[in-house]
Design a protein around this ligand. Structure first.
Ligand SMILES: [Zn+2]
Length: 465
């Protein structure tokens, strides 16, 4: 490929394995794990580590600076504690920046032209809880004006002191964002945030847009259909919008979703590529050839995806579509369990599902339950056998101290049986799809779509007390 030969970013991506920091490969990890990995990097004249402040609960926040050029870049990640993809990509970029190989001339160009400051993991307290908000339950990205959080105050003080030319605001978004009008999830979403209500475009914002066009172009090599633009409604409390208003060309990158990438390692690699491509364009000014029109041509993102979409199912006399989505909840990292909710019901003809069932001729009915005395006698074999008969609920007084069941079945206290068996909007998604002869065609257990003839044992049920 001729383009690959001439483009250091695509070439480096082809050798990404060499730069991937394998010590962290999951969405969930602790602040201490991250600091240990950072400490493993050797400080040399190209990479300067600094303790820049502390979180509410006293965890250290570090920055890493690379290069000695005139143009200044500031990247910050994980201001939302459960959004770690870019933090991991930054580790890979650091490893790339200090490597000694055929990309030395590219690195040298970055060193001479740029000063890049990284602040990975702005919200270590939220990281340790794997939650969006800070220890004081504040959404840091709505704190850019009041600056009530020490972490948000720290970020703004660095913006004011360092005065970057370009800012990269790095986040994750849920998997239910699709590229508008398609069922493709947005793997990477971009935004050049607005700096006023009128969403005007000045030179600062235009530069952010041009850079996004260039990064989009690079990513087209990998995910041609999976890139979208985030809505640019002015958000006066958010950092991106406020930093753009200060004259820093600011780019929001949201790490979205790719199939079979639960730990977002593939999206991490896309971040590596997008960010290096941004650095390259800033260093050699090649972004200037792009226009605002190119930016506006990138499709918008939408929120039309469900984990499971069931179409045309009979509920009483009505025929409806049913949308189900699951959320993941922390156990001991990196493990999690899922909760599946019936998120919408009605005409969902404009929606998409990661899994879709055409349920024409099928009826939605409640799952069955049985009384169980001794939980320890349960095995996967017996659970599967009962599940095939439509039994989604094991009723027991003997409730374990766990929120979930590592089997495809729910454990329910007797007083909750009626409640769990009713099918309702915003309730837990447990029911059966049966044909006119009442034969079970599909099982929905805690939001997982299960084919009775091929039961996936990696799913989990819930404990309901
Ligand atoms: Zn976020």
């Amino acid at each position: 490929m001729a383009t690959l030969k001439n483009n250091s970013v695509l070439q480096a991506t082809a050798q990404y394995k060499k730069y991937h920091v394998g010590k962290i490969e999951t969405n969930q990890f602790t602040h201490q794990t991250f600091i240990n990995v950072l400490d493993g990097f050797k400080e040399d004249e190209q990479l300067k580590f600094k303790e820049i402040g502390y979180s509410e609960e006293g965890r250290v926040i570090k920055s890493i600076t690379f290069g000695k050029g005139k143009t200044k870049l500031l990247l910050w990640s994980q201001m939302h504690g459960n959004e770690s993809t870019a933090t991991r990509a930054i580790l890979d970029i650091l490893k790339f920046l200090i490597a000694d190989d055929e990309f030395n001339s590219f690195r040298e160009e970055l060193v001479q032209k740029l000063t890049i400051q990284f602040i990975p993991m702005l919200n270590p307290d939220g990281t340790n809880r794997f939650q969006r908000r800070t220890a004081t339950e504040i959404d840091m990205n709505r704190d850019a004006v009041e600056l009530q959080t020490p972490e948000g105050e720290l970020l703004m003080s660095i913006v004011d002191k360092f005065k970057p030319d370009v800012g990269f605001n790095l986040h994750d978004q849920r998997r239910f964002y699709n590229v508008s009008g398609t069922k493709v999830p947005s793997s990477i979403s971009f935004l050049a945030p607005a700096y006023n209500e009128a969403r005007e475009v000045n030179a600062t914002r235009e530069k952010a847009m041009q850079l996004i066009v260039g990064m989009n172009k690079t990513l087209q090599n990998f995910i041609p259909d999976g890139i979208g633009l985030y809505d640019d409604t002015y958000s006066f409390r958010s950092f991106g919008d406020n930093i753009q208003a200060k004259g820093v060309s600011t780019i929001l990158i949201e790490s979205g979703w790719l199939k079979n990438d639960m730990e977002k390692e593939a999206i991490r690699k896309l971040n590596f590529t997008a960010l290096l491509s941004g650095f390259q364009m800033i260093a050699n000014n090649s972004y200037s050839k792009y226009s605002v029109k190119n930016y506006e041509a990138i499709p918008l993102i939408d929120t039309k995806l469900f984990d499971v979409l069931i179409k045309n199912v009979s509920v009483g006399n009505a025929k409806v579509d049913v949308g189900i989505s699951r959320t993941e909840h922390l156990l001991e990292a990196p493990n999690y369990y899922s909760i599946g909710l019936l998120e919408d019901l009605g005409d969902l003809s404009a929606h998409y599902g990661f899994e879709t069932v055409n349920a024409k001729g099928l009826k939605m009915v409640s799952g069955k339950s049985i009384l169980v005395d001794k939980l320890e006698e349960l095995s996967m074999v017996s659970v599967k056998r009962l599940l095939r008969q439509g039994i989604l609920f094991f009723i027991t007084q003997n409730i374990p101290f766990e929120p979930h069941v590592p089997f495809p079945v729910n454990l329910v206290h007797p007083r909750k049986v009626q409640e769990v068996q009713s099918i309702k909007f915003d309730g837990k998604a447990n029911f059966l799809l049966v044909d006119s002869a009442n034969k079970i065609k599909y099982i929905i257990m805690n939001g997982f779509l299960i084919n009775p003839s091929n039961i996936d044992s990696s799913t989990n049920g819930l404990v309901v007390v």
